[in-house]
Design a protein around this ligand. Sequence first.
Ligand code: SF4
Length: 261
Amino acid sequence: MIQPALDLVIATLEKIREASDRAPRASRNVLAQLQSAHAVAASLAGARGLPIEQTTSNKAQSLASIRERVCSCTKCGHLATSRTQTVFGVGNPDAEIMFIGEAPGADEDQQGEPFVGRAGQLLTKIIKAMGFAREDVYIANILKCRPDMPAGSFGNRAPTPAEMQMCRPYLVEQIGIIQPKVLVALGAVAVEGLLGSRGTMRELRGRWHSYNGTPLMITYHPAYLLRNQSPSEKRKVWEDMLQVLERLEKPISEKQRNYFL
Ligand code: SF4
């Protein structure tokens, strides 16, 4: 019963935000309590001997309810009118790893799924090399709408800090429901959207950070590897992923240790 109550609280806060000039505020303490209430709900289900599928299905239901709100979201008027569709996120609601990118590009906007273009295909290759299927992990972006481009121009642009701040609460909810063991932020823009602080990838990548107590690995965005094909940069990303596998206590084969993307 806790999760439907949380959904109600969140939906009410969304309505208050949309109806007034001032966004509703909650202290870190209250947010932590809401998140732990969700964790308690999940563990109670386990303690009562409810099948795992039940807990997974609760998570899927909660994600579906956020997806509905995202689908009709018009908080960024300019993006709501320019998007083909929203791009919510995809994967296992019980994923151990959650990959976080910055925003949908043209391919994602067309298909409604994150990381499906060339960069997405490279991410899928990395996930497979780690020993997972794409369906085993969860993939989402900070922004759920494609950043608009001037008429007649091609390519994608990075989301602005204001756009990311507006959309971030949806991602925070996704993380709270999925409760992955490890988060992987792809690129400096995703890090800024998630942590609210800027930094260079040289300083940030390759070591553990924390997002509200969840271990966070920061690595290069796959699009960077497509632009910079140098084996040493690819190896850095793979070494970051080896750290993720170690953190998850997954066995790592010799082939994986010596793997180059
Ligand atoms: S980017 Fe996010 S907050 Fe802005 S309109 Fe799209 S879904 Fe809503």
